[in-house]
Write a protein of this length. Structure first.
Length: 393
């Protein structure tokens, strides 16, 4: 059997030193060195075979982090490997660090990236197994996504359209054992409000908190939510294309919404009901014209075939623990980062190709970024990292 690990890692604004990414925001050479140090330590600690990174402005700083992790991992191997006793080697095999070396790194830059102070981050995937074909970046939408609305009862009520994603979705097909797994890495629109700057104005009036505009701030949150859920639908369509070919799929990333949100439901698909035989058909011929038991099972299969399951939820079900969070803001701890698995990895299915055997949450560095006293807030990441251990059959 082949066992591999797959993780998601929001690096929080990884860029080189003295490079202004947002207005007045940059790392000194000392801050950058500390950030690289922490990222490399975290990567060495996790030691994932496949990892999706978010908030990467340029690939070179990430390559430097990977090289530093390799050096530290090799030093740890030399210092920590037990003696020649075969039994002890078996016990410690899982703790050995495997260098990435020249293994594959795919980077998807953000097409909205601009000059100093107006940078926009992309995403990356690191794979010890390489790639089965050229990874693909999806950001421009041609044709654009149109979301029509209708009045309740019918009639046109306007529409919403997006022409590009806030950040790219990176798709990679990765050979693992005897299988090829399609991995998507996404970083959906943040929950920060999206405000419109009037023509000729220096800034959007809603961002001036001394002249607080609650209705305007709420409209900004509405725009942000619409955009994030539209991006989730684009990701869902990409997932469905792969599942239609019966390809195993894993979605990684910072989805900027928790696992009970509409965003997650759009990406994962709806949860099938236990039974549909109580429901009337769309055009019933009478009060008892309902789905049969066989049709109910057909509906359940159609829904379940294209569903994704959160690795964190599988872990909670297996371990009877509920302890996963990856972000905190204003005193609220949430799980905004996800690893989502197609039913090829469902432990309850006889035709599975594998299943998750362990799930890890690396969140002990998370403090509330809204608090001024949060230690080293820019040096570490404002997100926790999660990793699934998967064993293929």
């Amino acid at each position: 059997m082949t066992t591999f690990t797959i993780a998601t890692f929001n690096a929080q604004n990884l860029i080189g030193p003295d490079r202004e990414y947002y207005r007045f925001e940059k790392y000194s050479s000392v801050e950058h060195a500390w950030k690289q140090d922490w990222l490399a330590d975290q990567l060495t600690r996790m030691n994932p075979d496949i990892v999706g990174f978010q908030e990467i402005f340029e690939p070179e700083p990430l390559q430097q982090v990977i090289a530093l992790a390799d050096r530290r991992g090799e030093q740890s191997n030399a210092a920590g490997q037990p003696g020649a006793e075969p039994g002890r080697k078996a016990i410690h095999r899982k703790q050995r660090y495997d260098s990435y070396g020249e293994t594959a790194l795919a980077f998807a830059p953000n097409i909205a990236d601009s000059g100093p102070g107006e940078r926009r981050p992309g995403v990356a995937i690191l794979s010890r197994f390489g790639f089965a074909d050229q990874p693909q970046s999806i950001q421009l939408l041609d044709p654009p996504v149109d979301v029509p609305f209708h009045h309740l009862g019918g009639g046109d009520a306007g529409s919403y359209q997006i022409r590009r994603l806030t950040r790219p979705i990176l798709k990679a097909r990765i050979p693992v054992g005897d299988h090829v797994v399609t991995v998507f890495n996404a970083h959906l629109k943040s929950r920060l409000g999206e405000f419109v700057r009037p023509h000729g104005a220096r800034f959007s009036p809603e961002i001036d908190l001394l002249d607080y505009d609650p209705a305007g701030r709420a409209m900004g949150a509405l725009r942000s939510g619409l955009r994030r859920m539209s991006e989730a639908w684009v990701l869902r369509r990409l997932v469905l294309d792969e599942l239609a070919l019966d390809r195993p799929v894993i979605v990684l990333g910072d989805l900027n919404d928790d696992d009970r949100s509409a965003t997650h439901e759009i990406i994962c698909g709806e949860r099938p009901l236990p039974d549909y035989s109580w429901m009337r058909r769309p055009t019933p011929q009478g009060p008892d014209d309902r789905y049969t038991a066989a049709e109910s099972e057909q509906i359940r299969e159609a829904i379940d075939r294209v569903r994704l399951q959160a690795a964190a939820q599988l872990f909670m079900r297996k371990s009877l623990r509920d302890m996963v969070y990856t972000a905190s803001f204003a005193g609220v701890y949430q799980a905004l980062d996800a690893i989502l698995l197609s039913r090829h990895f469902d432990p309850d299915r006889a035709d599975r190709i594998g299943e998750m055997i362990h799930f890890g949450a690396y969140n002990d560095h998370i403090t509330d970024g809204a608090e001024p006293q949060s230690p080293a807030a820019r040096i570490v990441s404002d997100h926790g990292q999660i990793m699934a251990h998967i064993r293929l059959r």
